[in-house]
Unconditional design. Sequence first.
Length: 342
Amino acid sequence: MKKDKFTYLKSGVNINAADNFVKFISNISPKNKGNKKFKNIGGFGSISDIPRNYKRPKIVASTDGVGTKIEIANMLNKYDTIGIDLVAMCVNDLIVQGAKPLIFLDYISINKIDLKKLKSIIKGIQKGCKISECQLVGGETAEMPGTYTKGKFDIAGFSVGIVDEKKILYNKKIKKNDLILAVPSSGVHSNGYSLIRHIIKKKKINLKKNKFLKRELIRPTKIYVKEVLNLTRRKLINGCANITGGGINDNIKRIIPNGLTANINLNKIKSKKIFNWLKKNNISEDEMLKTFNCGVGFCLIVKPKNLNKIKKFFIKEYKPYLIGKITTGKNKVKLNEKVDWS
């Protein structure tokens, strides 16, 4: 009796499918005009030039994922936007310190190579990189049978940016009487989805049939790179914060110097319909503020004289508006009033 030979394919790993995916990425990736001698996609490591117009360049690195927003993509069988989310969650952190995103790498782990799904995800990543004006230079796709159940996967991103030492946005630049501006979010972005999915499950909501939730919950995270870098180049901001997990309080707290307080009037926040819907589902004010961005995707801290100049760099949908002021105080953040959820 002839015994079956064991193979990697029989264990659930298809190397040929993975190779075809790498070829697909290589074919759709924009060519590096300034670095023609290096072909990064498919190599063991990526090689990139350091821009020459930096006197004392500093490297800034960031890594993140999109959390359980992946499960919303699975519910809707729609994967062309979470790649944008992945890039956004990384590059929006880089610009907080004034860094220009240079390169991006992705990691995708999945139970079984699904070329249609993976191509859709990578196209979103490419789109996010284009918006951010950075390059997808490599990544890893891991087929992991037995670790993930059928149809399940996870994605993570890693980005590197560059900033001249003199242009780093240190918190020491933030001063008393500076203004705090809110830049609107595009929606929920990529935080709080475990709570959202809990509500959907408990209320037995058919996501595919609910047009409002179907549209809002898969909406990609806004990428603020272009606008914020335009401001930093012109020295128009003293500090900024990406409002992600932990909400306004925890994220602004990270950039406020000792002895100063970010006084924020919550009633000034222009919320969005999706957050109004969430609030109506028996979520307390405190829970909303520490879980979601509540309509504020990014915050800028600026000198009062720069307020009108700053607004010119944003389209109407994302025009910054005043929500607070920097004062002296022991507590780094003070939230006044309540959000108007109407």
